[in-house]
Design a protein around this ligand. Structure first.
Ligand code: PGA
Length: 257
């Protein structure tokens, strides 16, 4: 049975857009979604840290939107020059934090232990972590992809208590599909999402698994979103490139069943 509360579309703006452009894009998205009054959806907009406060204010009148961060520190506070804490993100109106995006795992060597700390700090602020997992092309080609994703979840996210876990969102993002124009086929996406949901069920029970939001990410766009989002275990998307174009992003939101 599908749980409609599971649905979410999140736009990861990555390191793009200066303040004015960020506010224009936000205004366009708010305006276009306003025309879709009856659509009961959850939308996360995830800009650079420096825009979170302004965008949170800008979007505050429409409860469908939550603004988020692309990362946070694994420390609470203190002498960590250049870091941004989960509590700071909360204090400027952030609602979501992406944890363990493959770009952070690859370029910033984030470890499972750090990702678990980040997730716990996010939850302690009552924000929603969007925890990313996904295999490299080499893992897919060597048919090792289930094991890789299982390890990514088991070695960090599944250390959470059940009460914490039920407030998290998982994003499956095959690394070979991110920014490449190669999308997982519906069969590949459904197979992995069902596998992840089964892992959650084995660890936390079937009820929790049934309520867990599992997003697909990796070259999801306005053309393929409808098919991907209609899969039984795909609850929406984590969108990169296509989230930077208001029309594409709105079409993706509208693709939620
Ligand atoms: P993409 O990025 O949609 O541009 O492939 C997705 C992501 O990195 O979250």
């Amino acid at each position: 049975m599908r749980n409609l509360d599971r649905k979410l579309v999140a736009g990861n703006w990555k390191m793009n857009l200066l303040r004015q452009d960020a506010q224009w894009l936000m205004a366009e998205i708010i305006g276009m979604l306003a025309d879709e009054e009856s659509r009961d959806v959850r939308v996360a907009i995830i800009p650079s840290f420096v825009h979170i406060g302004a965008l949170a204010q800008q979007a505050s009148a429409d409860k469908r939107f939550g603004i988020g961060a692309q990362n946070c520190s694994d420390k609470i506070s203190g002498a960590y020059t250049g870091e941004v804490s989960a509590s700071m993100i909360n204090s400027v109106g952030g609602k979501y934090i992406i944890i363990g995006h493959s770009e952070r795992r690859a370029y910033f060597n984030e470890s499972n232990e750090q990702l678990l700390n980040k997730t716990k700090l996010t939850l302690s602020e009552k924000l929603t972590p969007i925890f990313c997992c996904g295999e490299l092309l080499a893992d897919r080609n060597s048919e090792n992809y289930f094991e890789i994703v299982k390890q990514q979840l088991t070695n960090s996210l599944f250390e959470l208590s059940v009460d914490d876990f039920k407030n998290t969102v998982i994003a499956y993002e095959p690394v070979w599909a991110i920014g490449t124009g190669l999308t997982a086929s519906p069969d590949q996406a459904q197979e992995m999402h069902a596998f992840i949901r089964k892992l959650v069920a084995d660890k936390y029970g079937a009820d929790i698994a049934d309520q867990t939001t599992i997003l697909y990410g990796g070259s999801c766009n306005e053309k393929n979103a409808k098919e991907l989002f209609s899969l039984p275990d795909v609850d929406g998307g984590l969108i990169g490139g296509a989230a930077l174009k208001s029309r594409s992003f709105i079409e993706i939101i509208k693709a939620l069943p």
